[in-house]
Ligand binder design. Structure first.
Ligand code: 6PG
Length: 244
């Protein structure tokens, strides 16, 4: 099942965000029945924040013990804490802090205010994952760029090639800001469930390319991550418009 991506199409961006939020709440409750903590990797972009805002409105969220949820990010823009362009800042503004998470279990990527370099930040994040990330992520959320990038793994970018590492420094990103930290494909292989959240006609070609048989992650990074239990493409109708 994991190798076979499952596509779910919702009419519009809001219904996609609401459905993904309901799924996330259920997945976290399930994970907490199996393990002491649920482990979730969040994403930046407008979909990442839309899902968090929807979680706050999902009635089932009160059934989650949010103090037993460990939160990570699949990537971060290498900017100082609190910068409005950081993924975590945008997720915070969407309501992350209102969920009742334990701040000690919200693992943020160090920015230039507290680390020497993106390399040092990537190394430190990898070490924290080794200590607390256990062997798997329950759910990893990805937005997808119009170029098919996921996290900060861009088409034909050398950062994609790094193996034997959990996190990588990314420089010369084609999308600003140029410096970032991303988890690697190897790290994402630990995921039970991988969910791609994609809205908008500008992503339709990337969605088609990622789901095409034999798609190569070097060309279309979104073709890379696969969950061991499930790989879900949660789309709105516009993002799905190039699929058969
Ligand atoms: C970034 C963003 C980026 C985003 C995708 C999808 O670091 O530049 O996080 O990777 O997730 O471009 O964005 P939307 O969710 O807005 O479609």
């Amino acid at each position: 099942m994991s190798g076979e991506p499952r596509v779910v199409v919702h009419p519009d961006k809001q219904s996609l965000a609401d459905a993904a939020a309901a799924r996330l709440v259920t997945a976290v409750i399930d994970a907490q029945t199996r393990n002491p903590e649920a482990q979730v990797a969040l994403t930046g972009g407008s979909m990442g924040s839309a899902v968090i805002a929807s979680v706050l409105r999902t009635p089932g969220r009160t059934a989650v013990d949010w103090s037993r949820v460990r939160v990570w990010w699949g990537d971060e823009r290498y900017l100082p804490a609190g910068d409005p362009d950081r993924n975590d800042t945008q997720n915070d503004e969407a309501g992350l802090s209102a969920l009742g998470l334990d701040p000690a279990k919200v693992h943020r990527v160090a920015g230039p205010d507290v680390s020497q370099s993106a390399e040092a930040s990537a190394e430190a994040y990898g070490q924290t994952i080794r200590e607390h990330g256990q062997k798997t992520w329950d759910v990893v959320l990805f937005g997808v760029g119009p170029d098919g990038h996921v996290a900060s793994l861009f088409p034909h970018h050398p950062a994609q090639r790094l193996t034997d590492a959990i996190a990588v420094a990314v420089h010369d990103s084609p999308k600003p800001p140029p410096d970032r930290v991303s988890l690697t494909f190897e790290c994402f292989e630990r995921s039970h469930e991988v969910w791609f959240l994609v809205s908008g006609a500008d992503k339709a070609e990337a969605v088609r390319a990622a789901l095409a048989p034999g798609a190569d992650r070097w060309d279309v990074p979104a073709a890379g991550p696969v969950g061991t239990d499930a790989t879900l493409w949660l789309l709105d109708a516009d993002a799905a418009s190039e699929l058969d």
